[in-house]
Design a protein around this ligand. Sequence first.
Ligand code: CMP
Length: 137
Amino acid sequence: MERTFAIIKPDAFKAGNAGKILARIYAEDFRVVGLKKLYLSKVEAEGFYAVHAGKPFFDELTTFMSSGPCVVMVLEAEGAIKKWRDLMGATNPTEAAEGTLRREFGTFVGENATHGSDAPETAAFEIGYFFSGLELL
Ligand code: CMP
């Protein structure tokens, strides 16, 4: 079993789509082993997305991620990292395939409804950034 880290971003939460996204997660047979609602500070968002520091979209991204509540999760499944990325679809919602979460709930590349880890090392960092071992059940 593999674990990945996922976020329902502030745009999707604000639009009232968190429940629909969670329903899709359960329907696809992920185990939700960690889940909490957070309102990130700008500094916390910058720490989470440190890998993108210096990129032209970094300030816009971290301002957006600290603009309202989000839901952070740890999802478990066989091949969870790829399975969650496939369910989300392409980073840019206008390029995401029909039926994917970003196509359905995202607006543009900067407000794309969901986040997911892109590799096992990233998943380990991202899970550890938000969850202690005691919170993963
Ligand atoms: P996410 O998967 O959370 O990882 C980094 C985020 O940066 C990405 O989703 C996008 O929402 C955001 N972003 C904003 N602008 C861009 C861009 N031009 N290229 C890639 N990612 C971008």
